[in-house]
Each structure stands twice: as structure tokens, then as C-alpha cells.
Design a protein. Structure first.
Length: 257
């Protein structure tokens, strides 16, 4: 059970948020970070690609009156395994269950094809100072794990584009392909704990840019669960999930190391 006081600080006082978690951060042995929007800067390209894929298949199915917005995709898809994200987004518009299932499969296939093209050195970068944060965390004796709702192929392509590798910048990469249950289930965090022999979830920090990331961390019983404002969702949306703190960006953690 998370023991940190869940007093969320306003966006004007995120430095106070850092101070509020300082004592708990001292005990952290394993840091589990989301990818897109948290450690990887891609300007919400993944959710723009989700939106475009859904709208394309809706048009092809003669349902062009049911187009979805980027805001809808961010609200109901952020942080999730991408097929589940597409299904949940489609579930928010007026469609039959049969249509939702068939359109989900078609849109997911279109999404994967489009994302392969969309992600490149021109559209992806690490957030400034991220590699340095990883290095400092590891030098302090903490393990750094990336986890993601992406499939393994996409996640590894991102690492290649960024010049990151397991065993160098990060200690492990865990994807939706590696577990039975995706977010908000705690499976990816639990797997990371097993890999690094961490028995006490209070020694785990989980950070992400979506409410689903926060739910995942809480479901795992993490000692610190943080939201960041660098990606999919805004502070008002993140606060609804009661993280221990909301940071402007993940690299603000450097102040605690």
C-alpha cells in the first residue's frame, strides 16, 4: 500500500512537490518509467496516428460522421496497450459491439503500419537531459526500467532511433508483449521487480504522463507514483488519479539524487 501523503501541489509549486517526496525517494531502488511522453519526446505522434487510423477505418466503413478527435484519443487511450486503447476509444462513440470489435482489429493493423513510417529520427528524440538522468540514477545504485503499452517491435525500434540500449542507458525494457495483462494491471512492474530482485514495492518508483500509468503504479503498490506534464495528459487529468506528485518533466528528479 502506498504510504505517501497524496497532497497534489498546483502547477506553480512543482518544486514543493519534489520536496514532499524527497524522503520516500531516498528508499527507491527501482525506477520504472513510461516511454512516449515521459522519457521520449514525440509530440503525441502515437495518439495522432491512433486518431488517423481510427478515422480512416470509420470512413472506409461508411461511418465518416463518427470521427474521433485527438482529445478523445488522449483521454481514453493514453498509456494503454494500443489495441485496447483503440477499442476503448471506439467504445466512446455510438457503435454496436460487433462494429467495435471488427473496427478495432482493422484500425490496430492500420495503426501499426502507419506508426512504422511515422517514427523516425526526425520525429523522435529523448527529452533533454534524459540520458543524464538515467546515468545519475544508475550511479546512485538504482535500476532504470522502461515500460510501455507498445509492442516489443515498436519499443525496440524507438530505442534504436534514440541510440539507447538495454544494458547501457537503461537496465531493462518491458513491453505489452511481455505480460498477460496490460496497464492498468501491475504486471509489467511486477515483472520488473522480479528481474531485479526487488521484493518490496515501496522501493519502486513509477512515473508516466497518463492516468493509466498512475493507476498501474498504484495497483502495484509502488512507494512513489508520479505524473509528468510532458506528454499526453494535463495536470487536471493526472490529479484525478491521485499521484504522489505531478512534475513538469521527469528530469526534475535530478534534484533529488
Amino acid at each position: 500500500m502506498n504510504t505517501v501523503n497524496n497532497n497534489i501541489i498546483s502547477s506553480s509549486s512543482h518544486s514543493d512537490s519534489l520536496n514532499s517526496i524527497k524522503n520516500n525517494f531516498f528508499d527507491i531502488k527501482l525506477c520504472v518509467f513510461d516511454m512516449a511522453g515521459t522519457t521520449v519526446d514525440e509530440g503525441n505522434l502515437v495518439y495522432k496516428t491512433v486518431r488517423n487510423a481510427i478515422n480512416e477505418v470509420l470512413m472506409r466503413a461508411g461511418k465518416s460522421d463518427k470521427q474521433v478527435s485527438l482529445e478523445l484519443c488522449l483521454e481514453y487511450g493514453a498509456g494503454k496497450e494500443k489495441r485496447n486503447a483503440i477499442r476503448d476509444i471506439l467504445d466512446m462513440i455510438d457503435l454496436s459491439d460487433a462494429d467495435i470489435e471488427s473496427l478495432t482489429d482493422t484500425a490496430f493493423a492500420a495503426f501499426k503500419d502507419s506508426l512504422t513510417i511515422a517514427y523516425s529520427k526526425d520525429t523522435l528524440s529523448e527529452f533533454e537531459g534524459m540520458s543524464e538522468l538515467f546515468e545519475q540514477l544508475k550511479a546512485s545504485g538504482r535500476n532504470v526500467v522502461l515500460n510501455t503499452g507498445y509492442d516489443a517491435k515498436t519499443a525496440n525500434k524507438i530505442l534504436t532511433i534514440l541510440g539507447w540500449s538495454v544494458g547501457d542507458q537503461v537496465d531493462a525494457l518491458i513491453t505489452a508483449d511481455d505480460v498477460k495483462n496490460g496497464r492498468p494491471a501491475p504486471d509489467m512492474i511486477t515483472l520488473a521487480m522480479k528481474q531485479f530482485n526487488v521484493d518490496n514495492a515501496q522501493q519502486v518508483l513509477k512515473a508516466g504522463d497518463s492516468g493509466i500509468d498512475i493507476e498501474e503504479g498504484k495497483n502495484a503498490g509502488c512507494g512513489l507514483v508520479l505524473g509528468v506534464l510532458s506528454g499526453a495528459q494535463n495536470e487536471q487529468q493526472l490529479v484525478e488519479y491521485s499521484p504522489d506528485a505531478v512534475l513538469d518533466k521527469l528530469t526534475d528528479l535530478k534534484a533529488l539524487i
